[in-house]
Each structure stands twice: as C-alpha cells, then as structure tokens.
Design a protein around this ligand. Structure first.
Ligand code: NAD
Length: 347
C-alpha cells in the first residue's frame, strides 16, 4: 500500500505519520508537507530513516505539482491533514485559509479522482476535519454527525467548505471518502501558539497567561495520540462515504483548564500552589468567538469500539512532562517567526 499523508510535519500529522510508519512496516508512507511556520521535521526525527517512510516537500495549492505527484506514485489512500489551522491567524488573513484549506483540498480530490479514474476498489480519501464546522452550542447539547454546519470563523468556514467538497466528490464522482470531525487536540509537538503549549511555555518563562474574555469558553479536549489511533481505525474500518465525530467526552471551561494546568506546573517547578495562577491576565475577546463546542462520539464508540485511552489529567501530565523533557524542540520553535507573530498578537 502507498499512503499519502498530507501535513505530516504538523502537530497531529506527525503523530499519524509515526503511528502508520511504526504499525505498518509493509505500507509505504509518504509525508507531503509545505513546511509552513507550523510544519517542523524535528517532530519526526525518530522515524526519519525508517525504510517505509519518505518525506516530500510540496504545496497542496500547487495544482501542477500535485497532479504530477499522483501520476508518479500510485497512492492507495490519502489521509489529508495539511491545513492552515489557527483561528486567530484566519481572522488576520482569511485568504491564506481559502487557498490551503479549500483550493488545496480540491487539488488533492481532483488528482485522486483523475488518477484513480473509476477504479475505486481499495482506494480511500480520508479528510481530517474539526468540530468547529458545527458552530457554537449553548449550555446544553452535543454535536452529532447530523448537526447542521454553521461555521463562525474564517478557519471553520474554510474547513466546512473543504468537508462539503469531499462529500460532493463522493456523490458526484463516486470517490470513496471518509471524514472525521474532531474536538481540540493537545499533547507533544503542539506548536506553542495554541492554548496548552503556549501556557506551558509562558509559565516556564514566568510570562503572563492571556485568557480571552471572561474565560468561560468551553471546549472538549482530546489527547493527540488518541486522535491518531482513531484515524488509524477509521482509515481501515470506517464505512465508506461516512462521517465520524471524534471527541474526548471531556469538556472544560478555559479558565478551569488554565487553573488545572497552573497546578500541574506549580508541582513540576516546585512552586508554592497558586503561584502560576498569578500570571493569568484577561485579554479582549476575539471576534466571532464560539461559546461552547462539545462532541458526541457515540457513533465511533459503538461502531468501531474507539474511546479515549487516557483521562485529561493523565494526558496533561504526559504533555507537561514531554515539554520539560524536550527543551531543544521548544527553543527551536519559539525562535524566529513565532516570536514576531506572538508580539503582534499579544503585546
Ligand atoms: P498544524 O498547523 O500543526 O499542521 C498543519 C501542517 O500542514 C503543517 O505541517 C504545515 O506545514 C502543513 N501545511 C500547511 N499548509 C500547507 C500547504 N499549502 N501544503 C502542504 N502542507 C501544508 O495543524 P494540526 O493542528 O496538526 O491540524 C491538522 C489537521 O487536523 C487540520 O486539517 C486541522 O483542521 C485538523 N484538526 C485539528 C485539531 C486541533 O485541535 N489541532 C482538531 C480537529 C481537527
């Protein structure tokens, strides 16, 4: 089997690539990534020289390049994760999200459709998406696979659009696809512009912890390795032309999550309890901020037997330990572009 994984140098993609390379020595795993600010080959240093792994640098927006790649390699499956993924950046520059998340996805769909022609037997296009496409929930209720799309940010609008294109290629051309919509991930190799790694880094450096609005935003959190395990399961066993929601059954208001993280960090840093919490500062809310997301992951649980393997407290400990044990990774990532961006957004 030749499997193309896009965005494999990013946060979730690197966990998916590692899992497939390690678990399936008989598959050839091709990792296609443009290495934007979020792509980092250091995420995959440990599997770099494995014989069933190959990295390809390239941009999914480049139609000619994508078509040529699909002509050169006969892919049996595509697991598509490459995306612009940060909501704050999408508010600054929506077109970058249209290009990668929509045009890039359509380029991949076209290349798969054209090279697979009508011989779809054994082929699969797996599109990795987010729960943010469903919009916001009130205090009650959960997103299910049949919840209507109602995206509120340029990021979620671009992901919603790409989901629709994937489904439309299934309906119109018969392309075999599967889509998953997952809640917020956390864990090792997470770029420190996102809440949990940003705050771990800031607590280590005694910098302020900027919490949006009143901190009451609620998100469902899932340990990234559990997401990678779900992707593996759905890729191999998920029903064709179907969608699965993936979530941690683990809702947290931002402020409670930050306080828990402060407690874990106080412990690790031998600080007196409550010291890191003093770094919390409330900052102006971002526009279009959704109050609550929560996933109903019953379908993947019932049909495929998937459920999270760690509690949030366990996953958070594992994550904090990883950042403490990998200071070089953090140092390399926090230099350069990231600092410029950080200054612009938070100073
Ligand atoms: P990420 O930003 O860490 O990684 C994205 C990767 O895509 C990077 O390696 C980047 O270099 C690459 N990339 C970006 N533009 C590209 C282009 N034009 N061509 C080729 N490669 C390009 O993102 P992530 O958090 O790992 O998310 C991966 C996927 O999972 C995304 O599709 C995202 O929408 C989805 N998702 C993320 C979360 C989450 O909590 N992070 C939750 C649900 C779904």
């Amino acid at each position: 089997m030749n499997i193309l994984i896009t965005g494999g140098a990013g946060f979730i993609g690197s966990h998916v690539v590692r899992r497939f390379v390690d678990s399936y020595p008989n598959y050839n795993i091709y990792n296609l990534d443009a290495l934007t600010y979020a792509g980092n080959l250091e995420n995959l240093k440990d599997i770099d020289s494995k014989p069933n792994y190959k990295f390809i640098k390239g941009d999914i927006v480049d139609e000619g390049f994508i078509n040529k790649l699909f002509m050169e390699i006969d892919f049996d499956g595509v697991i598509h994760l490459a995306a612009e993924s940060h909501v704050d950046r999408s508010i600054e520059d929506p077109l970058a999200f249209v290009r990668t998340n929509i045009i890039g996805t359509v380029n991949l769909l076209n290349a798969a459709k054209n090279t697979w022609k009508d011989k779809f037997e054994g082929k699969r296009f797996y599109h990795v998406s987010t729960d943010e496409v469903y919009g916001a929930l009130g205090e009650e209720g959960l997103f299910t696979e049949t919840t209507s799309y109602d995206p509120n940010s340029p990021y979620s609008a671009s992901k919603a659009s790409s989901d629709h294109f994937v489904r439309a290629y299934g309906e119109t051309y018969g392309l075999p696809f599967v889509i998953t919509n997952c809640s917020n991930n956390y864990g090792p190799y997470h770029f420190p512009e996102k809440l949990i790694p940003l705050f771990i880094n800031n607590i280590m450096e005694n910098k302020s912890l900027p919490v949006y609005g009143d901190g009451k935003y609620t998100r469902d959190w899932l340990f990234v390795k559990d997401h990678a395990r779900a992707i593996d399961l759905v890729f191999h066993k998920g029903a064709n032309h179907d969608t699965y929601n993936i979530g941690g059954f683990n809702e947290w208001q931002n402020i409670d999550l930050v306080k828990l993280l402060c407690k874990v960090m106080d412990n690790k840093l031998n600080r007196t309890e409550g010291e890191s919490e003093k770094l919390i500062t409330y900052v102006k809310d971002r526009p279009g901020h959704d109050l609550r997301y929560a996933i109903d992951a019953t379908k993947i649980n019932k049909e495929l037997g998937w459920k999270p393997s760690v509690t949030f407290e366990e996953g958070l400990e594992l994550t904090v330990d990883w950042y403490f044990n990998n200071p070089d990774w953090l140092e390399h990532v926090t230099s350069g572009d990231y600092k410029e961006y950080y200054k612009k957004m938070y100073s």
